[in-house]
Design a protein around this ligand. Structure first.
Ligand code: S3P
Length: 188
């Protein structure tokens, strides 16, 4: 997609994927601090580009416009410098985004049990796909469609129930093992 071809694993952006409410943004920010990398949040970048909240984009322009904007933002971020990137829960479903992630990122699926996630998302009303729906039912339906895609991530880390600090540590461990298994050749 970028024409540059795959980049070495240890120089890739670290992209967190998974359902809304698993803690991608909060954990991503902490992970970035821990790894001394810049951090970006896909949803925040879309909101900045559109000068509108995600909710307003869905309400005023519709989901397909949101998805088109999301794909553009993901492309831009993935072509940029190495960072920790919290992706919106639906971003990886776009085939071009998926291809760019495969080429340029180490993807980490943050997996949590749906009951925990449902409890978390209930606290905020900022997610248009959940509005007016029973969160657990909606999340189950999403999981059915999305888990087969999330499963294609390079790494899967269970983050259920634990504190964010624990999730950060679990991700760091998984990344270290991944980098060790793909040790850079001298000079790269
Ligand atoms: C979405 C997840 C949200 C946001 C939008 C759609 C999804 O991001 O992009 O509401 O389709 O799962 P978070 O996963 O950061 O909540």
């Amino acid at each position: 997609m970028t024409g540059d071809g795959p980049i070495p694993v240890h120089r890739r952006t670290i992209a967190l994927v998974g359902l809304m409410g698993v803690g991608k943004s909060t954990v991503g920010r902490r992970l970035a601090r821990r790894l001394e990398l810049p951090f970006a949040d896909g949803d925040t970048e879309i909101e900045a580009a559109a000068a509108m909240t995600v909710s307003d984009i869905f309400a005023k322009l519709g989901e397909s416009e949101f998805r088109a904007g999301e794909a553009r933002v993901m492309k831009r971020l993935l072509e940029g410098p190495r960072m920790v990137l919290a992706t919106g829960g639906g971003a990886i479903l776009n085939p071009e985004t998926r291809a760019a992630l495969k080429e340029r990122a180490v993807t980490v699926w943050m997996r949590a049990d749906l009951q925990t996630v449902a409890g978390r998302v209930q606290r905020r009303d900022t997610r248009p796909l959940l509005r007016g729906r029973d969160p657990l039912t909606a999340l189950r339906a999403m999981a059915e469609v999305r888990y087969p895609v999330y499963e294609t991530a390079d790494l899967t880390v269970d983050v259920a129930g634990g504190a964010h600090a624990q999730a950060v540590e679990a991700i760091v461990e998984a990344l270290e093992a991944h980098f060790a298994a793909h040790a850079p050749e001298v000079g790269t």
